[in-house]
Every structure is written in structure tokens, then in C-alpha cells.
Ligand binder design. Structure first.
Ligand code: COA
Length: 265
């Protein structure tokens, strides 16, 4: 797929995906989201990639929301499809096997905040701003914002942000647990790379199992404890388990092999 709205770069085993609509504050058109989904899926399928970073181009915005000019004339059916497709993109990030970090370099509003929340971790620059201003436009959030904001900051604060549409700064986001770290903008990608470098030598299959178990905590019809018991047992049949335990016994560092589990289409 040839990308029109994003840039991709492989650096030290990390796929960096940059939303590249700087003059529109990286507003997310439907095509942009589909390109992000494609790039993430390709990152999942690439055995040379151990993690991904999602960021925005320029110093001002991660993404200032879904592109309002695109959906301003949508009807019920089109709005429903837009939301359902957006959910699919967010889920493809959240449910993947590799850790994805949002490097939030400015505004993360509406769909931009939702995209950051679908990532597994968030690192923000000091100028970052987070918010769900959809109530100003006559809609609720449509890319999972009502659900993931509660998961990250709790119901009370989530409701406040959702009904007021207020934006919060990076320090407030840090206090609320919406972001993992706040750093100067020039250190943003380095901080995200540093976190992924810690994950890199770990068992890829165990990391994937952690992601699945944690996601299942939030699935209403799935018992997360049962999922953990299942994933733990299944791990005993993996090469990673043999290598991890053997390496410990032999007092050496484990060398895990990364296998391709997804198909890039
Ligand atoms: N959709 C479409 N275009 C957007 C956009 C969005 N969500 N956010 C910003 N843009 C565009 C602006 O229309 C403008 O384009 P133009 O130069 O062709 O007129 C350009 O990006 C720059 O934005 P501008 O508003 O001039 O920058 P600012 O620094 O004055 O304000 C914001 C920044 C983020 C406060 C303001 O752009 C804004 O409120 N954006 C919408 C946020 C929103 O409601 N997001 C939720 C959408 S669901």
C-alpha cells in the first residue's frame, strides 16, 4: 500500500509511524486511519520489528481529532460506519502482539486522544494537550474514547473531561495516569525508544500473552483470571519458555526468537 498521509521508518527494530498532515494538525481522515491500520499490521507481521511508535509530524500536534471537514455532512449510516471502522483501527493496535507507544508531541484531541489511548503506553512532550472536545460538535466520541478514558483515568474524571470537553496539559495527564511519562519534545522519541529497548530482549510470546490478559480485564464477557490461567499453561509449550528457563538455569541471558504471527496484506 502506498501511503499518502503517514510516514513509516524502521529504526533499531522499531517501526515509527508518523501521521503526516502537519498543516491540518494531523487531523485523522478516514484514509489516514486506514493507512495507520495497514502500517501497524505490517509491523505486526515483520519479525525484524519488536515494537512500534505512533507520533505526529511537526511540533504542534499528535492529532487534533478526526477530520471535521470530512464528516461534517455525514448521516446516521455514514457516522455509524465511520465509528465502526475507527473502532477496528483502534482495536488492531490494542489487540496486536507487539507493544505500541504513542509519542504525543502536541494536541491529542478527539480521535487523536482516542488513538493515543488505543496504544499500550503513552509518552507526552511538555506541550501536549489531551481532550475529548466532541461535545462541542454535537457528537460523543466515536473511536472508543468513552470507554478507554474510563479505563485509564476512572469514571469520575473521565466523565468530567467528556462532558466539559476540557483539554488538560501533559502534567495533569501524568497525574491522572493518562500518560506514562512527560519529557521535553526533543527527547520524546528517545524516551519511547528507551522503553521499547527494555521490552526488546523479553520473550515475545510472553509479552503477547501479557497484552492479551490485560486487554481481557476490560472485556465484559471474558473472565480475565481464566484467560491468565489459560495463557500461563499454554506458555509451557513454547520455545520461549524452554529458552527462558534453560537460560536461567545455565546462568546466561535468554535469547528469544521473534516469529511472524500476522500477515501483512
Ligand atoms: N479536523 C479538520 N481540520 C482541523 C482539525 C480537525 N479536527 N483540527 C485542526 N484542523 C485544521 C484547521 O482547520 C486549520 O486548517 P486551515 O489552516 O486550512 O484553516 C489547521 O488545522 C490549523 O488549525 P488552527 O485551528 O488554525 O490551529 P490553532 O492553533 O488556532 O488551534 C486547535 C488548534 C487544536 C485548538 C484547533 O485546531 C481545534 O480546535 N481543532 C479541532 C479540535 C477538535 O474538535 N477535535 C475533535 C474532532 S472529533
Amino acid at each position: 500500500m502506498e501511503y499518502q498521509n503517514i510516514l513509516t521508518e524502521k529504526k533499531e527494530g522499531v517501526l515509527i509511524i508518523t501521521i503526516n498532515r502537519e498543516t491540518k494538525l494531523n487531523a485523522l481522515t478516514i484514509a489516514t486511519l486506514q493507512e495507520i491500520k495497514h502500517a501497524v499490521n505490517c509491523g505486526q507481521s515483520d519479525p525484524e520489528i519488536h515494537g512500534m511508535i505512533l507520533t505526529g509530524s511537526g511540533p504542534k500536534a499528535f492529532a487534533a481529532g478526526a477530520d471535521i471537514s470530512e464528516f461534517a455532512h455525514f448521516n446516521n449510516d455514514e457516522g455509524t460506519r465511520m465509528s465502526a471502522d475507527g473502532h477496528e483501527v483502534m482495536n488492531s493496535i490494542e489487540e496486536g502482539s507487539k507493544v505500541v507507544i504513542a509519542a504525543v508531541n502536541g494536541f491529542a484531541l478527539g480521535g487523536g486522544c482516542e488513538l493515543a489511548m488505543a496504544c499500550h503506553l503513552r509518552v507526552a512532550s511538555t506541550n501536549a494537550k489531551f481532550g475529548q472536545p466532541e461535545v462541542n460538535l454535537g457528537v460523543p466520541p466515536g473511536y472508543g474514547g468513552t470507554q478507554r478514558l474510563i479505563q485509564l483515568v476512572g469514571k469520575g474524571k473521565a466523565l468530567e473531561l467528556l462532558v466539559t470537553g476540557d483539554a488538560i496539559d501533559a502534567q495533569t495527564a501524568l497525574q491522572l495516569g493518562l500518560v506514562n511519562y512527560v519529557v521535553e519534545q526533543e527527547n520524546l522519541l528517545d524516551k519511547a525508544m528507551e522503553i521499547l529497548a527494555k521490552v526488546k530482549p523479553k520473550s515475545p510470546s510472553a509479552v503477547h500473552k501479557v497484552l492479551k490478559c490485560v486487554n481481557d480485564y476490560f472485556q465484559p464477557n471474558v473472565n480475565g483470571m481464566q484467560r491468565e490461567i489459560y495463557e500461563f499453561g499454554e506458555a509451557f509449550e513454547t520455545d520461549d519458555f524452554k529458552e527462558g528457563t534453560t537460560a536461567f538455569m545455565e546462568k546466561r541471558k535468554a535469547e528469544f526468537e521473534r516469529q511472524s504471527t500476522y500477515r501483512c496484506y
